[in-house]
Design a protein around this ligand. Structure first.
Ligand code: SF4
Length: 164
């Protein structure tokens, strides 16, 4: 993992309230915690093999191309699925949500479960970054700071660390 400057292809996330939570503004730039990127590509992506992390890939990669319908509350588990408009299955093949689920061999309930978990993870991550920003942690120290905070939270779970 690394804290890196946001790759250009993800800049549109900054105008998305759900995704904007994971970006860390510093000195007029935006950073995020991510799998390491080299030459604009995730290092886990190996030509001819695809993603080498398999089932261990980050949650946000696991749920793609699905998302929750805009305006819904994924924490309740009662929400509609949408498919990311960049997915080729939609842009080229005009597939519906049900057809994409079938094509990828996924069940609606498992995707919803992972989306609910992602929704909570984005919120927690956003709160952690807000706290780091409040105490002026520079991006190069952010990963170690977050690991330390997580350790503290594990050893003293009654202490709320990541709320502003
Ligand atoms: S799916 Fe794998 S290769 Fe693609 S961004 Fe996620 S971790 Fe990296």
């Amino acid at each position: 993992m690394e804290v890196g400057e946001v790759p250009a292809m993800y800049l549109h996330h900054l105008s998305d309230p759900d995704m904007a939570q994971i970006y860390y503004p510093w000195g007029g730039r935006h950073y995020r915690l991510q799998t390491k990127f080299v030459n604009g590509s995730c290092v886990a992506l190996v030509p001819g093999k695809g993603c080498t992390l398999g089932e261990s890939r980050p949650l946000i990669c696991r749920v793609w191309p699905f998302w929750w319908r805009s305006g819904s509350d994924p924490s309740t588990g009662d929400f509609q699925l949408e498919v990311d408009g960049d997915c080729t299955l939609v842009t080229h093949w005009n597939m519906t949500v049900d057809e994409v689920l079938k094509e990828l061999g996924l069940s609606e309930s498992s995707v919803k479960r992972e989306l609910s978990a992602l929704y909570e993870a984005l919120r927690e991550h956003g709160m952690a970054l807000a706290r780091a920003r409040a105490v002026n942690i520079p991006p190069r120290q952010l990963l170690n700071w977050m690991l330390r905070e997580a350790q503290l939270k594990r050893h003293a779970p009654h202490v709320t660390i990541w709320r502003g």
